[in-house]
Every structure is written in structure tokens, then in C-alpha cells.
Design a protein around this ligand. Sequence first.
Ligand SMILES: *[C@@H]1O[C@H](CO)[C@@H](O)[C@H](O)[C@H]1NC(C)=O
Ligand SMILES: *[C@@H]1O[C@H](CO)[C@@H](O)[C@H](O)[C@H]1NC(C)=O
Length: 250
Amino acid sequence: MADYINLSSFAWLSLFLINISYRQSLFCLARCFVRRLNCRQKDECCCDEPSMQTTFNDIPSSRAFVSCSWTCSNNSQCLAFNFNQNSKLCQMFHKKSLKCFQRKDDCFHMSLKGKSDRQFNIRADDKIVSLYFDGVPQKELPNWDAPLVYNSHSLPYDVQVVAVHATNSIKEKYIEAFSDDGAIASNTTWKCSTTSPALDSNNNNWYDVHYDDASWSAAMVQESHSFLAKSIKFWSEGNKEAYCRTRICG
Ligand SMILES: *[C@@H]1O[C@H](CO)[C@@H](O)[C@H](O)[C@H]1NC(C)=O
Ligand SMILES: *[C@@H]1O[C@H](CO)[C@@H](O)[C@H](O)[C@H]1NC(C)=O
């Protein structure tokens, strides 16, 4: 009869919390899973071949979701899963780098916390002064002032705006950036200002998601041939300062 996973009392306890927690972005049983949202804050499901799959018939969808989470949580190889709410199909993934993601009705994707971000690589000549993801300042990395070295930051998939301030003192000047999944590359769709901009009419800072950058210029190409991910080297119109931002969703 009951062909679903025999849950521990801890997992059953969490069922009482399910209605408030399972539509949120973080869900924890024995391990914590983060929901995959794209930069439009919409669910995306993995369309790679799953490593394992099972359907939890005859139980409500919310309980099927817990069973699916539990099955993945209790399998050390499982790094992520899709849960299809209508069919209650649970698809588990053991591979680290999943390639294909797309919107699919009634399906969402959860992956182990800390294993679910894209890698965003950036370098600047002379140096990066500050870096923001959706207005949140990122911790300085040791090579922010080393023009030849890329700094790799974890960038969640739901981030909409990346903003960077870099400075230059002499000669060569550039910012170059790309993400491992190809979603972000430094190019002339980025916008730059030569000075630290004032607040906009809605009191947004230049690095905030909703900052109005309509008056900013397109980034200026410094060097257009690149070997990496179609990224180019750009700078602002000025010489010393570059305040630049890109909207990932366009
Ligand atoms: C968790 O996995 C272990 C070993 O694979 C298994 O013996 C145990 O029954 C599983 N527990 C649950 C609740 O699925
Ligand atoms: C800029 O990069 C983004 C992300 O890779 C890409 O989608 C876009 O087409 C590029 N635009 C230009 C003008 O190169």
C-alpha cells in the first residue's frame, strides 16, 4: 500500500511546516535545498537526463514533495531534483554540472545549498573597488587589484543586476567578465558612468536593481578580441573611474 519512503519522525515533523515552507526558496530536511529561480524570479526545471526517477502516486502533492526531497537528501550522490507537482514525478540528478534548464509548467528544481550558483569571473585593470549583485556588496577577493587574474564569485541564478566600480591610474584600462553558463559576458550591452552617480528620482543607488540608468552610456570597447566566453574588455568614457552595470534579463 504505502509505497512512499518511510520518513523519519523528523521528516514527518517537517510536514507540519510544509505549507509555509515548500513554496519558499530554501527547504531543509537532513540537507538544505535551494529553489532554482531565473532572473525573472520564475521557476526553471532541469531538462538533462535524470540519474533516477520515481513517481509518488496516491499521496497529496505536498507530501510527495517531502518524499522526493527526502529521497534525494538521504542519497549522498543526489545533488538536485525536479519535482513535478501534477504528476508527482520526482527526478533526481547526481551530476554536478547540469546544462539544460527551462520553464516547465508545474515543475520546479531544487539543488543542494551551496552547489547551485553560477560562477561569475571578473577582472579589472587597475582594480575592482566594489562589486554588487542586486545591490548587495560582495566580499573583496585577494585579486581584485590583480588585472591578469579572474576573480570567481558565486552568483545566484535569480540575480538581475551586476554592478561594478573599477579605477584606473595610468594607461591600459578595462573590465572583463563572464559567467560559466554563458548568461553573462562583458560587452557593449553593459552601461557605464564616469562618475559616482547621484541617487535616481526614486532614491535608488547606482548599484541597485531598479536604478534608472537610462542616461548612462554604453560601455566603451577597449579590446574586442577575447578567447573567453565572448567577453570583451571595456571601460567607461572617462579615464580614471568606471561605474558599470548590466541587467542579466535584458
Ligand atoms: C536512507 O538511506 C539508507 C542507506 O542507503 C537506508 O538504509 C535508509 O532506509 C534510508 N532512509 C530513508 C528514510 O529513506
Ligand atoms: C552581450 O552578452 C550577452 C550575454 O552573453 C548576450 O546575450 C548578448 O547577446 C551580448 N550582446 C552583444 C551586443 O554582444
